[in-house]
Design a protein around this ligand. Structure first.
Ligand SMILES: Cc1cc2nc3c(=O)[nH]c(=O)nc-3n(C[C@H](O)[C@H](O)[C@H](O)COP(=O)(O)O)c2cc1C
Length: 323
């Protein structure tokens, strides 16, 4: 085993480029990476917070957790032996993790396949093909969550899925009925955004509807309908036993491990997380997963009906500090 090496800028650049492929709420990319001897600090960037959508930074923290796992997966495939400490500083709550790259190690085929999935994973908002998931995938997804200490709970049976679809639809109505929530989303679906935020569905009048100041509900024609929930080959909820910043970070790490495990098998996910984002709805989902655990993300899994291109990311130089 070779001795630990201080990584050069080129190495850090490559690893951070991979880490930024992580999913994030509204694609806000709320992360900053700071080089330090032997590795990188990962900070949350609260300038990218969504005070209406996510007042406690729960989903912001989940997003950074996803970036931490992506960094680890990329580092392992690049021949490092990463070790991560979370919330390492009592004085700096925005420093969420330190990833030490560790000693050089030969990556396994598994490490390389998981890292290849970083640029294969996309959020899929349309329908999935009706085919069942590949054999053994559900246990692999559950194990991927467990590796990070998080339980992925499948929602099975028409009655439970119908209940979930109703809770999701109710949460959609609450969000689209809130003019402040709509306008905050519009800032991240702005037609002039290129390197962050979300693309507008082509030809959609969604942006006009989001920016209207008329109070009350606007029609959300793009909301996932009941059939998307009922026909998905798998619907599952990522859950934690506690509900604060430590478990949120862990949930984000688990989320990305689950998504990469799926993408590696050609399976993608779409989110039904509205029902975790609206408090009343979240209580409904909590009940559906047994009443004890806290739902953090709700996902549908399947093979997309059509390919989707990768969404944009900010250039590495915007998120990797110089020291
Ligand atoms: C915590 C979290 C919550 C999310 N919630 C939703 C959601 O409710 N609806 C949705 O369509 N996408 C949701 N997403 C997906 C993001 O919009 C997506 O990751 C981002 O736009 C980047 O696109 P990509 O995943 O295809 O790279 C969420 C992602 C994260 C990490």
């Amino acid at each position: 085993v070779a001795t630990a090496t201080v990584p050069d800028r080129g190495t850090l650049h490559e690893l951070v480029a991979a880490a930024t492929r992580a999913p994030s709420v509204h694609n806000v990319q709320p992360w900053r990476f700071r080089p330090r001897p032997g590795g990188l600090e990962v900070h949350i960037d609260r300038m990218r917070a969504l005070p209406v959508h996510d007042p406690f930074d729960r989903e912001l923290t989940i997003s950074v957790g996803a970036a931490v796992t992506t960094l680890e997966v990329a580092a392992r495939a690049a021949g490092w032996g990463p070790r991560t400490r979370v919330h390492p500083s009592e004085h700096d709550p925005d420093l969420l993790a330190v990833v030490e790259l560790g000693e050089r190690a030969v990556p396994s085929d598994d490490d390389i396949a998981l890292a290849a999935a970083i640029t294969q994973r996309v959020t899929h908002r349309g329908a999935f093909r009706p085919d069942a998931l590949p054999d053994g995938l559900l246990p692999a997804l559950v194990a991927a969550g467990e590796d990070e200490g998080v339980a992925l709970v499948p929602i099975e049976g028409e009655a439970a899925l119908t209940d979930l679809a109703a809770v999701v639809a109710g949460a959609d109505r609450t969000q689209f009925g809130d003019v402040r929530w709509r306008r905050e989303l519009a800032m991240w679906m702005h037609p002039e955004r290129t390197v962050d935020g979300m693309p507008l569905p082509p030809g959609s009048s969604l942006w006009t509807r989001l920016t209207t100041t008329t109070p009350g509900e606007v029609v959300h024609a793009d909301a996932p309908d009941r059939s998307l929930v009922l026909t998905a080959p798998l619907v599952a909820v990522l859950t934690t036993t506690e509900d604060q910043r430590g478990p949120w970070l862990t949930a984000g790490r688990a989320l990305q491990r689950v998504l990469l495990t799926a993408a590696r098998a050609g399976v993608q996910a779409g989110y039904l997380s509205q029902a975790c984002q609206v408090e009343d709805a979240r209580r409904g989902v909590r009940y559906l997963v047994g009443g004890e655990r806290h739902p953090q993300s709700i996902l549908r899994f399947g093979v997309p009906d059509r390919p989707r291109r990768l969404t944009d990311r900010r250039p590495v130089d915007h998120v990797l500090d110089t020291v």
